[in-house]
Design a protein around this ligand. Structure first.
Ligand code: NAD
Ligand code: LMR
Length: 327
C-alpha cells in the first residue's frame, strides 16, 4: 500500500468541489492504487461549513477504499498542513455579463494569504493548481508569496479550454473525439486565449488539411472556445462545474503521468513571446510526476503571433492591475 497523498481542496463545498471530490476519492485523479487524505477548506461561514459537513458525510457513505481520511476546516494552516497537492478552487465565480477579470480584486486577495500559508506549511514536494478565476493571475499572485516553493510548482488550469477545443475540432471534422490530438491552449483563461489549431492533428494528419475552412478556424472556432464559459453561464445561470472538475482531474492526472503532453498555464520565461513572470497557457511534457518541461519551438504564423500578442497584453494588464498584491 502506497503512503496516502494529502490533497487540500479549497472551495470544497462549492459547485466544482461537489463534482470533484468524489472523483479524487475514487482514484480518477491519482490512480487506482494511490490512497488519499482529503483536506477540505472552506470559508469560515456557519452555513458553508455545515454544507461541507454534508459533503464529508456523502464521501464517507461512498465507502471509497482509497479514501483514508477527511479533514474539514476553515483554517488554511490546518487545511494545507503537509499537503502534497493544493487545489485552489475557492473563489467567487462570475455571473452573467461579467468577464473573469472583473473578479480580480475580490478573488486576488484570497490567493495572497493562501500562497503564504501553503509556502509555510505544505509538504516539501507540494504542487499547487489554481482554478479560481481569473486563474492565471491568481496563480501568479499565490506563487509570488512563496519563498520556499519554486514558481514552477504553481500551475493554473487551461485544460477545460483544451478539452473544449478538442471537441469543437472533432465535431467540425465529423470524427471521433479521440482522433484529435495536440490541440494546445496558449495564454490567458479568457476570451483572448489562443487554441493553436495549426499544431493539432486529426487522424494523424494536420488539422488544417482536414478542416480547410481557415475562416472558421480563425473566427468561430477561436470564439466558441474562448467564450464557452460565458455560454454555459448564459444557459445554466451558473458557471461550469462538472466539466471544470473533470478538467482538473485531467490536469493533475496528466501532470503525474510522465510523457503526457498537455496544456498548463505556467510561469513564462519568455516562451512564445510571453512576458517573463506572467502565467500563460502553453504545451508541456510531464517529465517526472508533478514536474514538466515546456515544449518550445512550435512555429507560429502571423495570425497566431497576433493572437499570442493579444493574450499576452491582457495578462500583462492583469498583472499591472494587481501589482500591489504581488510580493
Ligand atoms: P462556488 O461559488 O459554487 O464555490 C466556491 C466556494 O469557494 C464556495 O463554497 C465558497 O464558500 C468557497 N470559498 C470562497 N472563499 C474561500 C476561501 N478564502 N477559502 C476557501 N473557500 C472559499 O463556485 P464554483 O462554481 O465552484 O467556482 C469556483 C471558482 O472556479 C470560480 O472562481 C470560478 O470562476 C472558477 N472556475 C474556473 C474554471 C477554469 O477553467 N479555470 C472553470 C470553472 C470555474
Ligand atoms: C469557464 O471557463 O467555464 C469558467 O472559467 C467559468 C467562467 O467564468 O467562464
Amino acid at each position: 500500500m502506497k503512503t496516502p497523498l494529502r490533497v487540500a481542496v479549497t472551495g470544497a463545498a462549492g459547485q466544482i468541489g461537489y463534482s470533484l471530490l468524489f472523483r479524487i476519492a475514487s482514484g480518477a485523479m491519482f490512480g487506482p492504487d494511490q490512497p488519499v487524505i482529503l483536506q477540505l477548506i472552506e470559508a469560515p461561514v456557519e452555513k458553508v461549513m455545515l454544507a461541507l459537513a454534508g459533503v464529508a458525510m456523502e464521501l464517507e457513505d461512498c465507502a471509497f477504499p482509497l479514501l483514508k481520511g477527511i479533514v474539514q476546516t476553515s483554517d488554511p494552516a490546518i487545511g494545507f498542513k503537509d499537503a502534497n497537492w493544493c487545489l485552489l478552487i475557492g473563489a467567487k465565480p462570475r455571473g452573467p455579463g461579467m468577464e473573469r477579470a472583473d473578479l480580480l480584486k475580490d478573488n486576488g486577495k484570497i490567493f495572497i494569504g493562501q500562497g503564504r500559508v501553503i509556502d509555510a506549511v505544505a509538504a516539501a514536494d507540494a504542487r499547487v493548481c489554481v482554478v479560481g478565476n481569473p486563474a492565471n493571475t491568481n496563480c501568479m499572485i499565490a506563487a509570488s508569496q512563496a519563498k520556499r516553493l519554486p514558481p514552477e510548482r504553481f500551475t493554473a488550469m487551461v485544460r477545460l479550454d483544451q478539452n473544449r477545443a478538442q471537441t469543437q475540432l472533432a465535431q467540425k471534422a465529423g470524427v471521433d473525439l479521440t482522433a484529435v490530438k495536440d490541440i494546445f491552449i496558449y495564454g490567458n483563461h479568457s476570451p483572448s486565449m489562443f487554441p493553436a489549431y495549426a499544431q493539432a492533428t486529426i487522424n494523424g494528419k494536420p488539422a488544417t488539411s482536414v478542416i480547410t475552412d481557415t475562416a472558421w478556424l480563425q473566427g468561430p472556432f477561436c470564439e466558441i472556445v474562448g467564450k464557452r464559459g460565458a455560454a454555459v453561464i448564459a444557459a445554466r445561470g451558473l458557471s461550469s462545474a462538472a466539466s471544470a472538475a473533470n478538467a482538473l482531474v485531467d490536469h493533475v492526472r496528466s501532470l503525474v503521468t510522465p510523457g503526457a503532453i498537455h496544456s498548463l498555464a505556467v510561469k513564462s520565461n519568455g516562451h512564445y513571446g510571453f512576458d517573463a513572470n506572467v502565467w500563460a497557457g502553453m504545451p508541456v511534457r510531464t517529465t517526472t510526476p508533478g514536474s514538466y518541461e515546456v515544449i518550445t519551438g512550435h512555429a507560429m504564423d502571423d495570425f497566431a503571433k497576433s493572437k499570442l500578442a493579444a493574450t499576452n497584453k491582457e495578462l500583462v494588464e492583469e498583472r499591472a492591475f494587481v501589482a500591489e498584491m504581488i510580493a
